[in-house]
Design a protein around this ligand. Structure first.
Ligand code: BES
Ligand code: MN
Ligand code: ZN
Length: 493
């Protein structure tokens, strides 16, 4: 899908459809009024009849007469002056949805005079996010549902188009980041084992000017990634630890470190899941996907800050060599862990990554992980749980989340939650007493975070978000845009 911006008259534009965003309860003005006039008042008639109210995300198709170059006009509700970026995303998403199922391959979007850059950036993000398809395993491609191939944003004036082009570029980079993350999450687990994930990471690094380092079993053993190796024991696939680095302006600055859980399939291990419970467990690398998507965007944006991405990648499988409940493993840095439930594997592989992060002398570390089903119980699919040890960092994550339109909601991390993790045989055990599942997962990770740290439990938000116009079903790419915003707004060296 292509998006370009230029000035132009929508009445004379040759394309398959003209999209007219209209704010709630607003009269048509500027170029939108010109389209209405050319269509013999067809647009204002629809509004006057009460068939269209401009609510964010609502759409109405109008077949205009011969007064326009194109016959199709799609009215799209552009919201009522809430957050302009989110109004934009919903508008873009609704535009894609409203044009679906028709033979529309090219569409022009009418921008109001003096359009807000935040709205335009959101709009283009929405177009990019909603146009996403994952159909590489379907034959033959379904022509009827083919999405619009090219959107042209028509600005009222040449100077508007010039002023908005940076917002369009940025939106496309953010959209690509989320769509890369979605691709990785949607990819079937037999097609994306840890080695393949590492291959994709190296490819992203090579294409976007990042340094990459990939550790395999021999290096992991030598350097003491005992928790990651423990989880990987039951799998025929080799584990990988992936490091991507964006140097930024000062390669010696203390880095922002992003960490992702990369379980390419979670069967639960010997503490095995039910059949239903593991159906979607190819998504258990969504944290890793968010980190990769963000690192791509950070490279493309040329962020000034030094940013390092870390991914612990393995399968969690059963078998004669699999880790047993009761095993004790030694995490990177030396903390010993009693593994009482092999299905609480995310915190194990993350403990090594957090331990490794300490060697990077980080300014701060933020991890994203599909860590607990309890996060879905608490917040559903609409917000990630946010926990951490450092108030300024938590505030920075919250503003990045707001900028990205990716919701976070805080849970407490008081020391009382450390109690259930006390082990009789090791320094810590990997499960608590059953209560407060999401907090206990974070309390476990806290033990390994010797620096300002925040944790995002994305078990709900990574997958299956319904009723958001710019999220097609299945993978959302959650976190890729949030992480990019966090890095882009991080204090410069
Ligand atoms: N990957 C799962 C969490 C998950 C569940 C993500 C459902 C998305 C949807 C994680 O590894 C897991 O199995 N967590 C256990 C932890 C428990 C054993 C302490 C859980 O949530 O049940
Ligand atoms: Mn698990
Ligand atoms: Zn898992």
């Amino acid at each position: 899908m292509q998006v370009t911006i230029r000035s132009g008259d929508p009445v004379a534009e040759r394309c398959d459809a003209v999209v007219v965003p209209v704010a709630a309860h607003a009269a048509l003005s500027g170029p939108a009024a010109a389209v209405d006039a050319a269509a013999g008042g067809a647009l204002s008639a629809v509004a006057a009849l009460g068939d269209f109210d401009g609510k964010a995300g609502s759409t109405r198709l109008v077949h205009a007469g011969a007064g326009l170059e194109t016959r199709r006009v799609l009215l799209v509700g552009a919201g009522s002056g809430g957050d302009p970026a989110e109004d934009g995303r919903l508008t873009g998403g609704a535009a894609v949805g409203g044009l679906a199922g028709m033979t529309v391959r090219s569409a022009a979007v009418v921008l109001p005079e003096g359009a807000d850059a935040r709205f335009v950036q959101g709009l283009v993000e929405g177009l990019a996010l909603a146009s996403y398809r994952f159909d590489r395993y379907r034959t033959p491609p379904d022509e009827e549902t083919a999405p619009v191939e090219a959107f042209t944003l028509l600005a009222a004036a040449e100077s508007d188009a010039r002023g908005l082009s940076a917002a369009v570029d940025r939106a496309l980079i953010l959209g690509d980041a989320a769509c890369l993350a979605r691709d990785l999450v949607n990819e079937p687990p037999n097609h994306l084992a840890p080695a393949a994930l590492a291959g994709r990471a190296v490819q992203v690094a090579d294409e976007h000017g990042l340094r990459s380092l990939v550790l395999g079993p021999a290096e992991l053993t030598e350097q003491g990634f005992g928790a990651l190796l423990g989880v990987s024991r039951g799998s025929a696939e080799e584990p990988r630890f992936i490091v991507l680095e964006h140097a930024g302006e000062d390669a010696g600055a203390t880095p922002l470190v992003l960490v992702g859980k990369g379980i390419t399939f979670d069967s639960g291990g010997l503490s095995i899941k039910t059949g239903k419970g593991m159906e979607d467990m190819k998504t258990d690398m969504a944290g890793a996907a968010a980190v990769l998507g963000a690192m791509q965007a950070i490279g493309r944006l040329g962020c000034r800050q030094r940013v390092i991405g870390l991914i612990s990648a393995t399968e969690n499988m059963t078998g004669p060599r699999a880790q047993r409940p009761g095993d004790v493993v030694r995490s990177y840095g030396g903390v010993t862990i009693e593994v009482l439930n092999t299905d609480a594997e995310g915190r194990l592989v993350l403990s090594d990554a957090l331990g490794y992060a300490a060697t990077l002398k980080p300014a701060a570390v933020v991890d994203a992980a599909t860590l607990t089903g309890a996060a879905i119980v608490a917040l559903g699919h609409h917000a990630a749980a946010l926990l951490g040890t450092d108030e300024p960092l938590l505030l920075a994550v919250e503003s990045a989340a707001a900028a990205a339109g990716e919701r976070v909601w805080r849970l407490p991390l008081w020391d009382v939650y450390d109690e259930p993790l006390k082990s009789k045989v090791a320094d810590i055990k990997n499960i608590g007493d059953g209560g407060a599942g999401t907090i206990i997962g974070a309390a476990f990770l806290k033990r390994f975070a010797s620096y300002p740290w925040a944790h995002l439990d994305i078990a709900g938000t990574a997958w299956d978000v319904k009723d958001v116009s710019y999220h097609p079903s299945r993978a959302t790419g959650y976190g890729a845009r949030l992480f990019t915003e966090l890095a882009a707004n991080w204090p410069s060296p």
